[in-house]
Design a protein around this ligand. Structure first.
Ligand SMILES: C[S@@+](CC[C@H](N)C(=O)[O-])C[C@H]1O[C@@H](n2cnc3c(N)ncnc32)[C@H](O)[C@@H]1O
Length: 255
């Protein structure tokens, strides 16, 4: 859904966004206890590749971040380098708190941001969750990061302001990160399609189905499910083909 098309960010919004992108990732003690061997990505040597920012780079296309010593101008290092350009800004959405908005037109497949947070084990995330009160739970946005959980509560960047849409224009991509555990994945938000300047940048949350937490979706898309959680599992329907097949069998037994 296009919101505020063409709108320019204010100086305050630009400053807040820049400040949020300074926040560094934190790998907690439970990551260190549970990490497997460290992942190594070879430097990109492809002659077709220019700056490792698209699928002409074998590392980018196989969902791996390039090592620090890669080709000159390598752009596939977003988890450990400050982004050259931040193509979005944080602004108020009116009815859904803060959100992210495109500062420029963003072509499809552009890597927009690295979702930052504290990387903890799944066990540690459950212990933490059980200690949270209802409000803290409602405001907790755990993101699966390979075998780990990324908790943006204290170490999150602007990624934590991406709102949900039932027709999102960004997609979360999980990548192996050079020098980090094989069983860890960094989370990146990529443009799913061409995005117009001023459009809100959205993602599909697919929070686990949870009947105890009501989270109403107000994305306003035609296919809106009205919930930020996944819908309850539907009882399996037998297809009309198998139903008619069964009744055919019954009929033929009778005759
Ligand atoms: C990860 S935060 C996104 C940033 C949030 N808007 C803020 O200001 O901090 C997720 C929360 O934003 C709100 N939210 C996100 N998408 C929404 C949507 N489509 N409809 C209603 N509320 C939404 C909900 O309160 C949700 O729990």
């Amino acid at each position: 859904m296009v919101k505020n098309p063409g709108r320019e960010p204010t100086a305050q919004e630009i400053a807040e966004t820049a400040e949020s992108m300074k926040v560094a990732h934190k790998f907690g003690p439970s990551y260190h206890r549970n990490k497997t061997e460290l992942h190594t990505t070879p430097a990109c040597k492809s002659k077709q590749c220019k700056d490792c920012s698209d699928i002409s780079c074998p590392n980018f296309s196989s969902h791996q971040e390039c090592p620090p010593k890669c080709r000159r101008g390598c752009k596939n290092q977003l988890s450990r380098t400050k982004p050259e350009l931040v193509p979005f800004f944080i602004a108020d959405t009116g009815d859904r708190g803060k959100g992210l908005f495109a500062k420029t037109d963003i072509p499809a497949d552009t890597r927009i941001l690295y979702y930052s947070g504290e990387i903890i084990s799944q066990r540690a995330s459950k212990i933490r969750w059980n200690k949270y009160d209802d409000k803290e739970r409602e405001q907790s946005y755990y993101f699966a990061a390979g075998d780990f959980i990324c908790d943006p509560r204290n170490h999150g960047n602007a990624g934590q302001y991406a709102n949900n849409s039932c027709q999102p224009n960004m997609v979360a991509v999980q990548c192996k990160i050079h020098g980090k555990a094989e069983n860890y994945r960094g989370i990146f938000f990529d443009a799913y399609r061409d995005i117009e300047k001023g459009e809100e940048l959205t993602i599909k949350y697919d929070f686990d189905y949870d009947s105890s937490v009501v989270r109403e979706c107000k994305c306003g898309e035609l296919n809106c499910t009205k919930s930020l959680n996944m819908l309850p599992p539907q009882p399996k329907k037998r297809s009309s083909k198998s139903r008619s097949g069964a009744s055919e069998k019954k009929k033929s037994k009778k005759s």
